[in-house]
Design a protein around this ligand. Structure first.
Ligand SMILES: Nc1ncnc2c1ncn2[C@@H]1O[C@H](COP(=O)(O)OP(=O)(O)OP(=O)(O)O)[C@@H](O)[C@H]1O
Ligand SMILES: O=C(O)C1=C[C@@H](O)[C@@H](O)[C@H](O)C1
Ligand SMILES: [Mg+2]
Length: 169
């Protein structure tokens, strides 16, 4: 069993939003590893980071991704940092992995100033820029196809994902 598409990319790329849209179009279900971890732990990602630390979250995330890849045949949205884990990157090989690209300006305005993203606390633009610089090469390397999202609506991004996957087949 393999997901129809695995969405990766930074916070604010639209993985959850575009994942829902694609799943609707394809008549499949969507699964989100952040939501899986929150359900299993009975607390928010933010609370897990604060109370148990990021390394604990990353371990739960590695397990959640492995389980979802094995069990889910719909659309799978990963947490923004999931591909930092080498085991996760190895597990993604052979799956249709879509990198949703986003620039600093659109990413920062999409995530806003909310406190639900622990890695951005205190300085959204500064932290986001650092994460984009560090992680963009990792997303590119892990992806089968990459789709630009800047200035596009979620529906336009979903169109572009469908076209890119079709072309890669
Ligand atoms: N293409 C887009 N254009 C404008 N707004 C968007 C777009 N995609 C997503 N958004 C909005 O940006 C916010 C973040 O989107 P979303 O939660 O889907 O991102 P994500 O990639 O899942 O982030 P995270 O890694 O934090 O879970 C949401 O409010 C969503 O409505
Ligand atoms: O980019 C990241 O490292 C994260 C993204 C979110 O999806 C959550 O998984 C968490 O806030 C960490
Ligand atoms: Mg999300």
């Amino acid at each position: 069993m393999s997901p129809r598409a695995v969405l990766i990319g930074p916070m604010g790329a639209g993985k959850t939003t575009v994942g829902r849209l694609l799943a609707q179009r394809w008549g499949v279900s969507v699964r989100d590893t952040d939501a899986d971890i929150e359900a299993a732990e009975g607390r928010s990602v933010s609370d897990i980071f604060v109370d148990s630390g990021e390394p604990y979250f990353r371990e739960r995330e590695r397990e959640a991704v492995a389980r979802a890849l094995a069990e889910h045949d719909g659309v799978l949205a990963l947490g923004g940092g999931a591909v930092l884990d080498p085991d996760t990157r190895a597990a993604l090989v052979g799956h249709p992995v879509v990198f949703l690209r986003v620039g600093l300006s659109d990413a920062a305005s999409r995530v806003g100033l909310g406190t639900s993203r622990p890695l951005l606390l205190g300085n959204v633009r500064g932290r986001m820029k650092q994460l984009l610089d560090e992680r963009t090469p990792i997303y590119e390397a892990a992806a089968t196809v990459a789709v630009d999202t800047d200035g596009r609506t979620p529906a336009e991004v979903a169109d572009a994902v469908e076209a890119a996957l079709e072309e890669a087949r």
